[in-house]
Design a protein around this ligand. Structure first.
Ligand code: ISL
Ligand code: CA
Length: 559
């Protein structure tokens, strides 16, 4: 296996709108981030992924870009951004920007020109089609609900938008569009950025002819735009024209990606991407009806997914490891216990994140054990996906509001977007004034100030984990092998590098869990490297042992 700095890195994801507000307008901004760089360095992460900060009308909080070469007014100026980059580099850290090029804003000059007439030179930058029998050109649903097509009266045709109607899809079949994308990438790389997180990059190639799926009026058309026919060709072209000429870090966001596809995206000799975000563990608590069709997840399924990805990319590609982000519920509320065992379970999940093989991505606030939020009224929500869904479920499907709110409490994206909790002062120290979205009412107990002061905090545990990765190659490069394959409560595995071997034991339940180690691991000496219960004793026998609720232990085995 080849060594690389991006395999050894730990990435910290920032959602700028919710991170830190420097001027009191209630919106996080670049100078706010600048003021907190030492906090991130203190944690130990060495790469920052910044969600979009480009000019945008904010229909989807910056994922709808109207100028790729300018900074959103609310976030600051290009000079602020340059200062931020310099501040990151001065601290020996790197910056990854979000590259959102499956679609633009409908307020981007290309789209304004494109929609102006059928023969405008920009017409073919987007995907326009005439209607079929007085209806949309096909039956695809958008990610955010409703048809993926919008009728535009001026020219009497429909345009495709896989996301909101203010996010028209770019036509990657047009080579001029691809060259525009490469130019944008060069613009930022020449300014000194160190890499890109590529938004829904596996959606850029659509099946020619854009066929409908099944017989329903509307249906999920994923088979025609996830991992489409030319996506690998496009990425290899991007690599040839841009990425190969710079030293950059890349991670693709790839909903619906399979291990087989990921081996192609991340294969070390294929010249596409370094890593991809897979979604299979994010789908475990969803039934056949999709994200809002809630279903309990089980450790067996969770472990099977993680194991499949560990084994499937071993020696071929590389995993991007994450348990939450700006689109997902908070990990401790979803996969842990945000009540009695909040600290233990947040540390357990952190242990998994840092000891599987792959590059860990930490989402802001995760290192504090920030939790989901339960706003009592739809008025308090801001996310377009949530607002669309609420309208559809209450008005069209006639479901009771409190029932729909319960779904939002479990899965809504705003769970991750409440302001970062810095201290116990008004608005959690995000800034005085009224933030664009309410703070989670648990901020007096869960915040940075408290976490820094408490040596036993989740924050300090993350610090320790990150240091372990830095000091021991085995945590980054060691081979992963699953043990106790069928245990109903425990996820356990070993990591092996040369003659060195580590053992990771994780009790994913709120009950004690007994286990017996397989023969080849018994009777060896051991050293406890990290554990989430302060009183864990390394002299206890581990051949047979009980793990306490959400207990996590990592041992180095000595022979
Ligand atoms: O959040 C989701 C469902 O709740 C995902 O399906 C999400 O829409 C998908 O992963 C794509 O996400 C990315 O592109 C979107 C943007 O809204 C997300 O914030 C971004 O991460 C459109 O640009
Ligand atoms: Ca601000």
């Amino acid at each position: 296996m080849r060594k690389a700095y991006w395999k050894e890195a730990v990435v910290y994801q920032i959602y700028p709108r919710s991170f830190m507000d420097s001027n009191g307008d209630g919106i996080g901004d670049l100078r706010g981030i600048l003021s907190k760089l030492d906090y991130i360095r203190e944690l130990g992460a060495n790469v920052i992924w910044l969600c979009p900060v480009y000019k945008s009308p904010n229909d989807d909080n910056g994922y709808d870009i109207s100028d790729y070469r300018a900074i959103m007014d609310e976030f600051g100026t290009m000079a602020d951004w340059e200062e931020l980059l310099a501040g990151i580099h001065r601290r020996g850290m790197k910056l990854m920007m979000d590259l959102v090029v499956n679609h633009t804003s409908d307020e981007h000059p290309w789209f304004i020109a494109s929609r102006s007439s059928r023969d405008n030179p920009y017409r073919d930058y987007y995907i326009w089609r005439p209607g079929k029998d007085g209806r949309e050109p096909n039956n695809w649903l958008s990610f955010f609900g409703g048809s993926a097509w919008e009728y535009d009266e001026r020219t009497g045709e429909y345009y495709l938008h896989l996301f909101s109607r203010k996010q028209p899809d770019l036509n990657w079949e047009n080579p001029r569009v691809r060259q525009e994308v490469y130019d944008i990438m060069r613009f930022w790389l020449d300014k000194g950025v160190d890499g890109f997180r590529m938004d829904v990059i596996n959606c850029v190639s659509k099946t020619p002819g854009l066929p409908s799926v099944g017989g329903a009026r509307y249906a999920w058309g994923g088979e025609h735009f996830l991992n489409g026919p030319r996506v690998h060709e496009f990425l290899q072209e991007m690599h040839r024209e841009v990425l190969s000429r710079y030293d950059v870090m890349t991670v693709g966001e790839t909903p619906g990606v399979t291990v087989e596809q990921a081996r192609l995206y991340t294969g070390e000799d294929r010249n596409e991407l370094q890593m991809v975000f897979q979604f299979e563990h994010m789908d475990l608590d969803a039934g056949p009806g999709g994200k809002w069709d809630l279903k309990p997840w089980t450790l067996r399924e969770f472990r099977a997914v993680m194991h499949k990805w560990q084994a499937g990319l071993a020696g071929v590609g590389w995993n991007a490891l994450y348990l939450n982000n700006h689109d997902q519920p908070r990990m401790v509320s979803r996969f842990g216990d945000d009540g009695k065992y909040r600290k233990e379970s947040a540390k357990l999940l952190a242990t998994l994140l840092h000891t599987l093989q792959g590059t860990p991505f930490i989402y802001q606030g995760e290192e504090l054990g920030m939790t989901n939020v339960k706003f009592g009224s739809i008025e308090d929500y801001r996310d377009i996906e949530t607002l669309n869904m609420y309208r559809e479920y209450t008005l069209e499907r006639g479901l009771p509001a409190d029932w729909v709110l319960r779904l939002i409490h479990a899965k809504g994206r705003d769970n991750a977007r409440t302001p970062m909790q810095w201290d116990d002062s008004q608005a959690a120290g995000f800034k005085s004034g009224t933030p664009w979205i309410k703070v989670n009412p648990n901020y007096p107990a869960i915040n940075v100030k408290e976490s820094l002061a408490d040596p036993d905090s989740i924050f300090h545990y993350y610090k320790k984990l990150i240091r372990l990765r830095r000091e021991h190659d085995i945590v980054v490069y060691g081979r992963y092998d699953l043990i106790l394959e069928d245990h109903p409560q425990i996820y356990a595995y070993t990591r092996t590098l040369g003659r060195e071997q580590w053992l990771v034991m994780l009790n994913f339940s709120r009950r004690e869990a007994r286990f017996e180690l397989p023969g080849h691991l018994r009777h060896s000496g051991r050293r406890l490297m990290i554990a989430n219960y302060a009183d864990a004793d390394e002299r206890e026998p581990i051949d047979r042992l009980e793990l306490r609720p959400y207990e996590a232990r990592v041992y180095r085995l000595l022979r």
